[in-house]
Design a binder for this molecule. Structure first.
Ligand SMILES: Cc1cc2nc3c(=O)[nH]c(=O)nc-3n(C[C@H](O)[C@H](O)[C@H](O)COP(=O)(O)O)c2cc1C
Length: 170
């Protein structure tokens, strides 16, 4: 195997195999995100990376809360719309036809059509290069009884994908 040094670091970052795709709501706006990670299981902490220029950045910075909604393959056009239009000039609930669902603990609405909803309160903010990571503690969550991991959406190199094959059973 021959390897060469690469100075275009974006090419190196593009080798990461995949990112989960989620719809994050804050107040009544929706943003599509692929920068999301579990930061701790106990307590349950989820981090979301948002560029400061996003409308959602200002909302989350002010409200200190957000809801992570898990879209499924059948919500792909809505997911793409929420990742290409801004809440500054678009009512994304109206435009996508998605339904607002009242959350139990936070004030921000959840998305009814998403089978998983995680209500989070911001406990930490980490400013990194071109994104700020908001770390949220999960304070309430819902999961549909017919939820299937196989139906979730991944995003990788500009393409939406499904989770791949199981390659070995433990
Ligand atoms: C699949 C996908 C993933 C995205 N992931 C992120 C992300 O992790 N962080 C981010 O700041 N923007 C991300 N974006 C871009 C925002 O979703 C997009 O700029 C959106 O229109 C911002 O909405 P807002 O202005 O209402 O906040 C992503 C877009 C797509 C389509």
């Amino acid at each position: 195997m021959n390897k060469e040094n690469i100075t275009d670091f974006s090419k190196l970052l593009a080798t990461f195999p995949c990112f989960p795709t989620v719809l994050v709501t804050c107040d009544e706006n929706i943003i599509t995100l692929a920068l999301i990670h579990i930061f701790s299981f106990n307590p349950p902490l989820i981090g979301i990376g948002i560029a400061p220029k996003r409308y959602s950045y200002g909302l989350i910075n002010k409200k200190k809360e957000f809801v992570v909604n898990m879209p499924t393959k059948n919500l792909l056009s809505q997911t793409n719309l929420c990742g290409t239009k801004s809440g500054r000039d678009t009512d994304k609930f109206k435009e996508t036809g998605l339904t607002k669902e009242t959350s139990k603990i936070v004030k921000s609405v959840a998305i009814k059509e998403c089978p998983v909803n995680l209500e989070c309160k911001v406990v930490k903010e980490i400013e990194t290069g071109d994104h700020t990571w908001f770390i949220g503690e999960v304070v309430n969550g819902k999961i549909a009884d017919d939820f299937k991991l196989e139906d979730t959406v991944l995003y990788w190199k500009g393409l939406y994908r499904s989770p791949g094959d199981v390659i070995k059973q433990r």
